[in-house]
Design a protein. Structure first.
Ligand SMILES: [Zn+2]
Length: 159
């Protein structure tokens, strides 16, 4: 699939090299590898060159977030690509969820974690939902904060 650009690509654009380097959206935690766009970190209208050191692949959602949602992307002197949210807080890169989980398991073992089927057992034993309780507790909490409810009462189904 061809790489889309913020504007029409020039002849000899580095799209293939960019796809080879980034392999998908570079936004922290994003795993999208298809429908990605080449984004100019320094916008081309402000003199940003269409060269690998000024480009990053972003999926459509994150490309829009950078252009319209206030997120920022920068390339550091060492070539690292960093993102920040609209308040300027750095978004920490999340470990990739692509591929094998062997590295995660090895990390857990190295840290002494033994994660298995009994690690986080639920307390649910298969009993039916007490819908009256499930509805009345949040409603009671709301009526304490907001006063008497003007909403019609919700009857719990019987049986
Ligand atoms: Zn993305």
């Amino acid at each position: 699939m061809p790489t889309r650009w913020c504007r029409s690509p020039r002849a000899g654009s580095p799209g293939a090299t960019l796809r080879s380097r980034d392999r998908g959206c570079r936004y922290p935690g994003c795993t999208h590898t298809r429908f990605v766009d080449g984004h100019h970190v320094e916008h081309w209208a402000r003199g940003g060159a269409t060269r690998l050191s000024n480009l990053v692949l972003l999926c459509r959602r994150h490309h829009r977030l950078v252009h319209e949602g206030g997120a920022a992307v920068r390339v550091l002197d060492d070539g690292a690509i960093v993102f920040a949210d609209a308040l300027g807080r750095r978004i920490v890169d999340a470990p990739s969820t692509r591929g094998s989980t062997d590295a995660i398991v090895a990390t857990h073992r190295a840290e002494g974690l033994r994660i298995g089927p009994g690690t986080a057992p639920g307390r649910w034993a298969g009993e039916g939902l007490d819908l009256g309780l499930a509805v009345s507790v949040p409603c009671a909490s709301t009526s304490v904060r907001e006063g008497p409810s003007t909403r019609p009462a919700i009857a719990a189904p019987s049986g």
